[in-house]
Design a protein around this ligand. Structure first.
Ligand SMILES: [Zn+2]
Ligand SMILES: [Zn+2]
Ligand SMILES: [Zn+2]
Length: 776
């Protein structure tokens, strides 16, 4: 050995010490045991602990081993872990004897990410089905790779005392699994078994316990007999009924006051779902993903399920089981499918607490399958659909909640901390920290007092567990939204109002980490405009802090305001009257026959005298109006129903379009009259409804892609963004994307947050952050 080689040899064998601070989703996902095993494998000593900022590792050994160890942390991390940052610091050698996992250190900087709830893993499922295993048929089996997380955490760091598992003291066997680094339940915080853990109970709706050794079996039997059960799940209660039992499903609709809005389904396996719905490969992987969302699937017709599950709809919303209890309840082949709809009275937040369940659901459910593991944070099931394009499949969120929350949306850079309050319907809130935006779970419609308290609780909970202290609050321009009132009540915060459609477009730009300016198409039901009218068919030239309205659908009276949303015939008459005047009466249209003449005349009086008839440029209302004129629907039981039925008709293979035009000016106006005239003419000619619907969709695609082209040239912009609830319509979103790409645009759409008002808080946050930065 030469002197240099000797020196190198000594250096290589020299003991060094390092500290690693790891951030991201590194708690509750088996990260410390993983680090422990890795350190042993590389022959290193030291310790690992959870901190409020993530995981801290002290490591000692030879530098080469330490390097290999660090590389492996990134390369081999556990499946549910998500590392956002690793910082390395030199330390003095301490002379550890071994490697150990130490108690959590609470630190003042709380910036760890919290894992969403995770569906049961294959290993646990196998153990639960093994009669030899001590957790055979135990409904709360879990491990470091699966089980409840966000829903049971009351504070961080994520350790058992700060979860709703604190009431259960582990038995000797569970404790030894928990303490053994070689065990797959090592430091699994919700670890439990039949002896020491939570239990299931079956009660009737007077809270009287049903005497049985096998409550889950008994519950399944009751479902088989046609009873409705309230079943406690991961983020809240479900109302369950046998989906093949028509009477039971109809009874559930009656009791829940939910006329036609589709019910979600749960089946034991992909094979069973295949019996009643079509599954494409992209949809299968969404169904099987550990987030276990409800996936929108095309129905097979005919099928064996009750017609009342999803009436007058082409689709079913279906999910696979995600808790061990679900698997036990459904059994291998016991049910084709169960209706599993959120346990609430319509539009109230999902019930999560046993007491609350008995008081709020006893008029709906006959029996209650409950348990004594508390849900700290409620969250509804997420809903997604897969949109098939030529080259790739795109995931579209309709609701982003359980399984995805509280994973952040990563922004393109760091921004000031903001609290954004969202809109009124499908409310979510958003808090930003650094380059991360945390969207809350689905909160719902704020008009209900229960939902409003859920809204305020969610804000304080997320602020606490993520240690975010925003000085700025963003909210919708609408003066009457409860989220607006909440924002205006916050004394010590700077208040920034944000226009609704500007927020939609920036939400799309934020999740795509894209630069502005952009031409934004914002199509939705309604949003408050800067002129006090209700906007919703908007073309905006948008930047982060500001926007300019380039074009919009021409204004139309919305007779009766909110009543016009529930009764599309009102919009139909408004469009017909604005287009034809009194000539309207000569038309041969179903809506003019179905609705009493007296009522129509009264409505026209309202329009003429401008009584309770706010002006709107909403695309959603145009869909309603067309659906009304075509006789698809004069009344709806939930918002967007008529529009969805109009969309589902459109599958004719035709390129034809209706005449359309635009009136130039400072702001271009898109008159609806030529479209209404075209549709009406086709109705007189008895052209088929599918063809009319297809032509209507083609018209919008042609019209708005051409408008973007002109606006793009005028403003030197080659980017477009599509946002707003109307873009849940796959024909419109894929059609416009394609048309705009053909014109050379880079098109941004939503794939991480919903295009509807559930995504709006993200846009509000980004706009407010931009304004704050601009002033500094
Ligand atoms: Zn597991
Ligand atoms: Zn135990
Ligand atoms: Zn909206």
């Amino acid at each position: 050995m030469t002197e240099t080689e000797k020196a190198q040899f000594i250096e290589m064998n020299l003991m060094i010490a390092k500290r690693l601070e790891i951030k991201g989703i590194v708690q509750g996902v088996g990260f410390r045991p993983f680090v422990f095993r890795l350190a042993i494998r590389h022959g290193l000593t030291g310790e690992v602990a959870n901190t409020s900022a993530g995981v801290s590792v002290r490591i000692e050994g030879q530098s080469m081993q330490i390097e290999a160890f660090c590389a492996d942390i990134v390369r081999k991390k556990p499946p549910l872990a998500h590392i956002t940052e690793i910082s390395e610091y030199p330390e003095t050698v301490n002379g550890f004897d071994n490697f150990s996992i130490t108690e959590s250190k609470t630190d003042r900087n709380r910036s760890t990410l919290i894992s969403p709830d995770v569906s049961i893993c294959d290993e646990c499922l196998k153990e639960m089905s093994d009669p030899e295993n001590r957790r055979y048929r135990y409904p709360f089996i879990n491990c470091t790779d699966c089980g409840p997380r966000y829903s049971i955490i009351s504070d961080i760091p994520y350790d058992r005392p700060d979860t709703t598992m604190r009431h259960f003291k582990m038995c000797r066997q569970c404790q030894s699994e928990y303490d053994n680094p070689g065990n797959r339940r090592f430091h699994a915080q919700p670890n439990a078994c039949e002896v020491c853990g939570p239990r299931v109970f079956l009660c009737d709706n007077t809270r009287t316990g049903i005497q049985t050794d096998q409550p889950v079996e008994k519950a399944a039997e009751l479902l088989r007999q046609g009873y409705i059960l309230a079943v406690k799940g991961l983020g809240g209660f479900h109302l369950a009924a046998d989906a093949e039992n028509h009477k039971a499903v109809v009874r559930l609709r009656k009791r829940k006051h939910r006329e036609e809005k589709p019910f979600a389904l749960m089946s034991h396996s992909i094979a069973l779902i295949c019996c009643y719905a079509h599954i494409r490969p992209a949809e299968e992987s969404l169904l099987l993903s550990h987030q276990r969302p409800i996936v929108i699937l095309r129905k097979k017709e005919p099928n064996c399920l009750s017609d009342a599950v999803s009436p007058r709809n082409r689709y079913f919303g279906v999910m696979l089981p995600y808790t061990p209890l679900h698997y036990l309840l459904l059994g291998q082949n016991r049910f084709m499918a169960l209706v599993m709809t959120s346990g609430n009275r319509s539009e109230e937040p999902i019930v999560s607490d046993n007491e609350e369940a008995f008081s709020r659901l006893s008029g709906i459910a006959d029996y209650f399958l409950i348990h004594n593991r508390d849900i700290f944070v409620r969250s509804d099931d997420s809903i997604v659909r897969s949109e098939e394009a030529e080259t790739s499949n795109t995931i579209r969120f309709i609701r982003r909640s359980r399984g995805y929350v509280p994973m952040p949306i990563f922004l393109k850079r760091a921004y000031p901390q903001i609290l954004a309050c969202g809109a009124e319907m499908k409310n979510t809130v958003c808090l930003t920290k650094g380059n991360q935006a945390f969207l809350s779970q689905h909160i719902g419609d704020l008009q209900h007092s229960e939902t409003y308290s859920f809204f305020t609780q969610t804000i304080s909970h997320i602020r606490r567990i993520l240690d975010i202290h925003p000085q700025v609050i963003a909210y919708d321009l609408h003066p009457d939204y409860l989220s607006t009132r909440y924002a205006q009540e916050q004394q010590n915060m700077r208040q920034i109002p944000v226009q609704h459609h500007h927020a939609h477009i920036m939400s799309c730009m934020a999740e795509n980490q894209a630069q502005t300016p952009v031409i934004g198409l914002a199509f939705d039901g309604t949003g408050y405009g800067t002129d006090g009218n209700l906007w919703g068919g908007e073309v905006l030239l948008a930047e982060t802090e500001q926007f300019r309205r380039i074009a919009h659908l021409s204004y139309i009276p919305m007779p009766g305001g909110a009543a016009a949303i529930k009764e599309p015939w009102r919009m139909a008459i408004s469009y017909l009257y604005s287009t034809f005047g009194d000539e309207m009466w000569n038309l041969n249209l179903p809506v003019l026959k179905e609705i009493e003449e007296k009522k129509i005349k009264f409505l026209i009086e309202m329009i003429r005298k401008k009584i309770a008839s706010p002006l709107t440029s909403s695309m959603g209302r145009l869909f309603d109006g067309i659906a009304g004129i075509m006789g698809i629907r004069s009344h709806v039981s939930f918002e967007g129903q008529a529009a969805a039925e109009l969309e589902m008709l459109a599958d004719e293979n035709t390129d034809s379009v209706y005449d359309c035009e635009q009136i130039s000016g400072d702001i271009r106006i898109i008159p609806f009259q030529p479209i209404i005239r075209g549709v009406t003419e086709d109705m007189q000619k008895r052209i088929s409804l599918p063809e009319i619907s297809t032509k209507f969709h083609n018209t919008l695609i042609r019209l708005f892609s051409e408008l973007c082209e002109i606006a793009g040239k005028e403003n030197g912009v080659k980017q477009a963004a599509l946002s707003g609830g109307v873009f849940q319509n796959p024909i419109l979103s894929s059609g416009l994307t394609q048309a705009l790409e053909q014109k050379g645009f880079q098109v941004f759409t939503h794939t991480r947050v919903p295009p509807n008002d559930g995504g709006i808080s993200l846009g509000q946050a980004l706009i407010a952050a931009g304004k704050v930065e601009n002033e500094e």
